[in-house]
Design a protein around this ligand. Sequence first.
Ligand SMILES: [Zn+2]
Length: 396
Amino acid sequence: MKTLSPAITGLILVLAASPPNARAWESKDEKPTLCVGNYQTEAEAVLQLKRMAATYSNLEEWKARAAKIRRQILVGAKLDPLPERTPLNSIVRNKRSYKGYTVEAAAFEARPGYLVYGNLYRPLDRKGPHAGILCPHGHARGRDGGRLRSEQQHRCATLARMGAVVFSYDMVGFGDSEHFGWNHTHPQALTLQTWSSIRAIDFLQSLPDVDDDRIGVTGCSGGGTQTFLLTAVDDRVKVAVPVVMVSAHFFGGCHCESGMPIHKTALLETNNVEIAALCAPRPLKLISVGGDWTKNTPKVEYPYIRNIFSYYDKASQVEYSHFPDEGHGYQLSKRQAMYPFMVKHLKLDSEGVLDTKTGVYDETGNVIEEVDLMRTFDNDNPLPKHALKPGSLIQF
Ligand SMILES: [Zn+2]
């Protein structure tokens, strides 16, 4: 056997001692670049899309590129290899019954002792199995921020009334996560939220009344980022509706969206348009507005993604609804644009919710709950004793 030089032996020892997640960038030349917020201008974004489009010209070449993008997301998010699936120890309780649906407290452990808090909305008096839909939320704050917002409650309740089991869950440091002392500045936010979304599918699929083959996800703004990141890395998602977030020039301004090197390394440059396109050929709907970074969707982002779907002969599976006079958020108009897409592709039943004459999905029967009622744990139902202390670094 040849003798290795001390330098090479040292390098091998360093690599062998490194955790698996650190192996992607082994030289300075491969150091990644963070693309944060408005990392590039709209004109630069168009040029970048051209550069990226020049790297493939058929389905086989796109699939090869898609695999590289998927891997870069997982490596950048420190989820490569994917962590072990530890016991969820899920908790579902405190059922409230309303007209056509129920709401329960729901929580599970994404990692041992690391809890994901949320609410489970279920159809009432409908025969299952039901479609399952994840509803991550954006960065809106306040006592009723995040999953506690009335807009989010309406979205979940309406989907449940049409036959879906819906899980609405906190970002790190929002809702109950904030209530129990966690802060959104947690350095692992992107890793934790992406892994929590993957485990949220595990949670939905662990429920006896959920059809494993009908899983959807929809969220707005930061929840839109979670929507397309989850869809990109987990093919159990069958339908995705990211709202006001897919943009060629804007990469997300929070460290939970762009604080880790998922977009640009020496090996590959990509952006959120391509990441959203990893949904292909699964149905994808973009919802965009004139008042934020999604203003160019009809002429920039949508055509780029549609071209990728066309390689699969599935161009009709990608749609968009653009609201040129509206601003950021998941208000009623955008929910009305999302509902028919979920009904169509997840085989929901809109009878009793959709007014077929006006085309409006009725939300007036939904009950908007008070924050205290939506908590997952309280004095009567305390946090598990082994719950990790707020701010703990999570072992992967
Ligand atoms: Zn964030």
